[in-house]
Design a protein around this ligand. Structure first.
Ligand SMILES: NC(=O)c1ccc[n+]([C@@H]2O[C@H](COP(=O)([O-])OP(=O)(O)OC[C@H]3O[C@@H](n4cnc5c(N)ncnc54)[C@H](O)[C@@H]3O)[C@@H](O)[C@H]2O)c1
Ligand SMILES: [Zn+2]
Length: 378
């Protein structure tokens, strides 16, 4: 897949976005109720309002948005001719901004229902995605994920047309993340990187993004969680997250994400938290199929013992993940999230139904395998 977004990155970069606003008639600024209150966001909105004719501000995108949330938003906005969409937020906001960019463009060929049915958009307005978590990497993927509560899962709407014209990696926007959100969204980025690196359809381009991203993440995730003023670690995490998104565009995630979809779609567990719970058991499950790739990943750890055998390194990597999730104080059991074992049959069927991701697992996965991974979380 060809990603041709222009990337602007570094502290202070938001002050240089004037050129994007030139000759714009109708700008849609999409964000959420937390991000709107940040002084950096307020300054940006002020600049957009001063430099364009009409700005529609949407500041109430909910976390883990559903298809109904987007339908309600479209009905409320009634915009059909935007020429610039700016999304500032975590994956929830960026995914909605991506959908809006193809739904609210002049002469759009498509509706939300048609997108959900698998039809493809052919055009979008100019778009700028500015992540505030690190993260989903949504700014680099062709995906927009919506919860479908009545089917108790999530659905990915996928089209390269939704990839943005501009991505802005501004570390000062991620310094306000509460610790637990920096931790869980950082683990989401790790899941993207390691799943894409080990996917059954992994390839050299995706692998390169995954390796670059994991090296940055192993050196910066804990620093960025522990110290919100560490701008270098924050920027490294934004790049790690971007690389995770780019790896998704080339290879795709698999078991962790397939099994986390029902946890998010039905129980509204934040995406990164669901992935953090699933990371270790899923990595234990695939380890024997990807020993060499796990060994290569282990070598990127800051304190790797390079003399270990590949088999030993693959076990050591899983242990590193286990300790990392603990050190980040993320939940590791489903009881902690009030999910009871009675829900197991439903969870198993829903996970196996995410065929796009299940087919990407690097070894055969059966109903019993999925059941035993979920069971290990009680
Ligand atoms: N498009 C993709 O490729 C892709 C990949 C993975 C996940 N997703 C989707 O992304 C969504 C999750 O996104 P997310 O994990 O980034 O979380 P999010 O966007 O849902 O944000 C989580 C919470 O953190 C707050 N927040 C975000 N940034 C903040 C900041 N800088 N300061 C203070 N608060 C902040 C938000 O207001 C929200 O309350 C899910 O819907 C998931 O399915 C999409
Ligand atoms: Zn994810």
């Amino acid at each position: 897949m060809h990603i041709n977004s222009t990337i602007l990155s570094g502290k202070g970069i938001l002050k240089d976005l004037h050129f994007l606003l030139k000759d714009r008639e109708h700008v849609l600024f999409i964000t959420d109720k937390n991000i709107i209150n940040l002084s950096v966001t307020r300054e940006l909105i002020k600049k957009v309002q001063e430099n364009t004719t009409l700005v529609t501000l949407v500041d109430d995108i909910p976390p883990e948005p559903s298809h109904q949330d987007v339908t309600n938003l479209l009905n409320k906005m009634k915009v059909s001719n935007a020429d610039l969409v700016i999304g500032v937020g975590g994956g929830s906001v960026l995914d909605v901004a991506k959908l809006i960019s193809v739904l609210c463009v002049k002469d759009s060929n498509i509706t939300l229902e048609q997108l959900l049915d698998g039809q493809k958009p052919i055009k979008r307005c100019t778009s700028v995605l500015i992540p505030t978590t690190a993260g989903t990497g949504s700014e680099a993927t062709p995906n927009a994920i919506l919860a479908i509560p009545e089917k108790m899962t999530k659905q990915g709407i996928i089209s390269p047309v939704m990839l943005p014209d501009y991505v802005c990696l501004a570390p000062e926007l991620t310094t306000s993340m509460p610790k637990h959100i920096a931790a869980s969204t950082g683990i989401d980025a790790l899941c993207h990187l390691i799943e894409c690196f080990t996917a059954s359809i992994s390839n050299s381009v995706g692998d390169n993004y995954a390796l670059i991203g994991m090296e940055k993440l192993f050196n910066s995730l804990e620093k960025s969680v522990d110290d919100n003023t560490d701008i270098e670690a924050k920027l490294n995490m934004l790049w790690a997250s971007y690389c995770g998104g780019a790896a998704i565009a080339h290879a795709g995630t698999h078991l962790v994400h397939a099994m986390s979809y029902p946890l998010g779609g039905k129980y509204h567990i934040p995406h990164g938290v669901a992935n953090a719970i699933l990371l270790v058991p899923c990595m234990e499950f695939i380890r024997d199929a990807v020993v060499d790739k796990f060994a290569q990943t282990y070598d990127l750890l800051p304190d790797a013992v390079l003399t270990l055998t590949a088999e030993e390194k693959s076990h050591a990597l899983v242990n590193y993940f286990r300790e990392l999730v603990k050190r980040l104080a993320l939940p590791s059991k489903l009881q902690e999230l009030n999910i009871s074992p009675d829900h197991l049959p439903y969870l198993v069927d829903a996970a196996l139904d995410v065929k796009r991701l299940i087919n990407n697992v690097p070894k055969k996965v059966t109903k019993e395998d999925v059941l035993s991974i979920y069971k290990s979380l009680f």
